[in-house]
Design a protein around this ligand. Sequence first.
Ligand SMILES: [Zn+2]
Length: 389
Amino acid sequence: MPRRPAAALATSGEVLRLIRTGEAVTRADIGRVTGLSRPAVSLRVTELLDRRLIVEDNEGPSTGGRPPTRLVFNAAGGVVLVASLGASRAQIAVCDLAAGELARADLAVDVEEGPDVVLPLVMRTWEELLGDRPVSLVRAVGLGVPATVEFAARRTESARIMASWTGVAIPPIIAARFPVPVFLDNDVNVIAIGEHRAVYTGQADDLLFIKVSTRIGAGVIAGGEILRGALGAAGEIGHIPVRDGGGVLCRCGNTDCLDSVASATAILRGLRSRGYEVTTLADVVALVRGGDAETMTVIRDAARMLGEVVAGAVNILNPAVVVLGGDVAEAFQPLVSGVREVVYRRSTALSTRNLRIERSRLGPGAGIVGCAHMVLDHVLSPEAIDSSA
Ligand SMILES: [Zn+2]
């Protein structure tokens, strides 16, 4: 590739980044920040206007004389299709280019039915949610799936846990219906991105998100970025063994994994073995509200084991905040308090000095927000903008 002169280094993609972040919002600002000549700025701005990625805003404050035209990122210039699939639920949405939700559907889905059943349902729902919007507005698709995702290959990888999805390459299936870039990540990573971007950006760039639901998993934000590990398997805390777990066989084949002793499934099983007739978490919530002592013991045991694993993770990662989400954490404040107690007791003094342990504030919507950000980070990056020109 020929070397470009320094003054030509800022591409259209970089100019878009300056406008999106508010670092430079007039043609003159862009020239100053990038060192580009006026014609070069004009060329890039015209291209971004033509692609509807920015619009001109002439409604500046009138201070006498004509104010310079402000350039504004055009969040309405396209949409992304996103879905966050949990083990038994799916949130499906159409978002604008600023991750704002335009339409959304929450469905009960048994993800174990496999991609042949679940993916067509998700795609049909996107079509319904798009309504009158033309498919040409769709710029990308993003999916969070309850499986480990081999990130580079965008392939699901959870042989022993969700057999029907193992090794499935999802992007080509979706691209056949929506011919745009398709991005895939683990559902908990996607929620961690959502929590970080919507609640903690600028205050905590090292965040550990733990989802306690039918299963237990973690998403790690380190230095503001999601940490996926070498192949995408980082954050699988559900399969870390605990002490005194009682010898419970986990679906992965090991015994006393955190997942098998502290998840919603484990709590329900623990209560049933004590003679309670419970089928859903709502039943357990009712028992806790009624002050049932044995139920509280089961929840406290789960909190202790969860706390021990989280304490280890805090020692390794030194997050500024641990966010507990998923329906178990949302339902039981004592679980959150129990984890907090164990972590403060067992993690190192420095790692807990300023540590906050909080319940999710976004709740079930976090997956959608995170999925939209994951996708937009890719498709609006300077490299993507320049290569799709
Ligand atoms: Zn396991």
